[in-house]
Design a protein around this ligand. Structure first.
Ligand code: NA7
Length: 541
């Protein structure tokens, strides 16, 4: 599988890694440094994962660029200049390609290779993976580096196939430039992706029609260019930046305010919110009062504040009402960060169609029909989200001991130990898997922690001459119970979102909690304690 002339031979590696995004790339680099053989299999034609696939207009970071890049290599940090506080997708992909070049990663990556199945061979204690084109490889370890949002979901609307214009899901955006000049564009979906795409497309589209089911609370991104003097100053502060990210709940630069909402007078807390709202990045979300996502009354006050902001930015009161969320609290879904999103609805070329009250009836050759009226379109963009966290697992046939299917095991929700291992699936390590802090995180910060933990485990096993590791059922039960207990205390578990696995396009997906709400520092502490305790909760052999 490693190259064309090996198609008849099944190569065996110390580890096979699925995915060449931010986690797969770093995992490969670490395993090589340990002297282990590893091969990465990637469905795309290049590295970058999320940033390879999501090329839609307006795609960009919501983490500060300099807090998102890898921190593991001083040379890399010193060499790379970020151009914007929140880099756009082209710059991000360029960065990840630069990383692949710098560490010569591509020679161990098979591109254009989508893995269909991974089965554990109990006799040989190895995993055998099979690509969709039939090629095979074996690894002592199976390391999944799939990303939490990599399995896009499409709605099922009568007539979708009849549409004769262009139609794409945002995660399957073409590699060639797409022009919106003078075209009639429709966008379905107003999550973080829709919000970014709508804002950008509205600048040039002839007309833009947004089909919205539920509005989200969006807040200003505060982007801007980084001058070279500023970049020098950022570079000097890297140790401080990463030290701060290590301490914060979500690995972002913004940490919760230690005060409680009601400790302040109404005027005082409004002043704090006003400042946070206009600050760069996730301050308003992850830098807010510490009871914002545990105390409903506190959350209600903040939600009202943000609703007021939306109403003040949209000229037509009826449109403003449609854009104002009422069925969930601020920040209980991931907050889309925007650069002029609400003002888009003040433009004459943009209209908003409420599909909560009147769902889309059908799609025709020429447009979208709502409430008996056809909206004529040249292009339909599906910003309809993902089968989050577990979707990338369940679209493969992963089988552990005795042929047990992972999808069956997780039918009632994920069960893991530390979000990294699964009972019955020896030597399988799930980077940023379900119930792992990474799903909530400024993701590279948690990815580096995950990869470092796995690398330390590999070192330990090599030094001790061990061949296999498997979590006990008891440890898996404990971690799963801990994940749900932690989630129960958070308002995020009460809202329908991808965190809770609610996606109307996936009616069979179990509503439960797919992330870990205890925060990255608490997660890291538990991972470190397990390792220091000789991998407590695991059977090594
Ligand atoms: P999200 O946040 O899951 O948003 C998906 C959007 O698509 C959301 O507005 C949905 O409305 C809408 N949607 C999905 N299916 C339909 C159908 N069938 N009809 C109408 N509208 C639909 O995904 P994103 O890609 O925006 O963001 C994912 C993450 O990427 C984000 O959190 C950041 O971490 C980066 P609904 O809310 O279900 O009414």
């Amino acid at each position: 599988m490693a190259d064309a002339n090996q198609t008849t031979k099944t190569e065996t590696y110390d580890a096979v890694i699925i995915g060449a995004g931010v986690s797969g790339m770093y995992m490969l680099h670490r395993l090589r440094a340990l002297g282990l053989t590893a091969r990465v299999y990637e469905a795309g034609s290049g590295v970058g994962g999320t940033w390879y696939w999501n090329r839609y207009p307006g795609a960009r970071f919501d983490s500060e660029s300099y807090s998102y890049g890898y921190s593991f290599d001083q040379g890399l940090l010193q060499d790379w200049d970020w151009q914007e506080h929140f880099a756009g997708q082209p710059e991000i992909l360029q960065y990840l390609e630069h990383v692949a070049d710098r560490f010569d990663l591509r020679r161990d990556i098979s591109f254009n290779t989508r893995i269909a199945s991974a089965h554990f061979d109990e006799q040989a204690t190895t995993w055998e993976i099979v690509a969709e084109d039939g090629r095979r490889a074996r690894g002592r370890f199976l390391i999944t580096a799939l990303g939490p949002l990599s399995a896009p979901t499409m709605p099922s609307i009568p007539g979708m196939e009849d549409f004769q214009g262009d139609a794409w899901h945002t995660a399957h955006w073409p590699h060639e430039p797409v022009s919106f000049d003078g075209r009639r564009v429709g966008v379905i979906g107003t999550g973080a992706t829709g919000v970014q795409a709508i804002t950008e497309i509205a600048k040039t589209a002839g007309t833009l029609t947004v089909f919205q089911r539920n509005p989200n609370y969006c807040a200003p991104l505060g982007n801007g260019p980084i001058s070279s003097a500023e970049m020098d100053e950022i570079r000097a502060r890297y140790p401080e930046i990463f030290a701060r990210c290590r301490e914060t709940h979500g690995g972002f630069l913004h940490n919760a305010d230690h005060r409680l909402t009601m400790d302040l007078s109404p005027a005082e807390r409004e002043a704090v919110w006003e400042k946070l709202y206009h600050e760069r990045g996730f301050g308003i979300w992850t830098g807010n009062f510490r009871d914002t996502f545990t105390d409903q009354a506190a959350n209600d006050l903040l939600s009202d504040f943000v609703r007021g902001k939306i109403r003040a930015r949209v000229q037509d009161p009826a449109v403003a009402e449609l854009l104002t969320p009422t069925n969930h609290g601020f920040g209980t879904r991931r907050v889309p960060l925007e650069s002029g999103y609400y003002e888009v609805y003040n433009q004459p070329n943009v209209s908003l169609v409420d599909i909560r009250r009147n769902p889309i009836e059908r799609i025709t050759k020429t447009g979208i029909v709502v409430d008996g009226q056809e909206h004529a379109l040249d292009m339909i963009i599906y910003a309809t989200g993902f089968d989050a966290v577990t979707g990338a697992f369940s679209r493969m046939d992963i089988r552990g001991r005795a042929g047990q299917s992972l999808t069956d095991k997780w039918a009632d929700g994920p069960r893991t130990n530390l979000g990294l291992t699964v009972a019955g699936f020896p030597n399988m390590l799930t980077l940023v898997g379900p119930h792992n802090a990474g799903t909530f995180c400024n993701i590279p910060r948690c990815i580096e922690q995950n990869v470092d933990w796995v690398s330390d485990l590999m070192t330990h096993m090599r030094d001790q001459g061990l061949a296999s590791i498997e979590t006990t059922e008891a440890a898996e039960d404990d971690w799963t119970a801990h994940v749900y207990e932690t989630a129960a205390g958070s308002l995020l578990s009460k809202t329908d979102s991808w965190f809770t696995g609610v996606n109307q396009n996936l009616p069979d997906k179990k509503r439960t909690f797919y992330a870990y709400a205890g925060g990255a520092p608490a997660y890291r502490k538990q991972c470190d304690e397990v390792a220091a305790d000789g991998y407590r909760g695991f059977v090594l052999g």
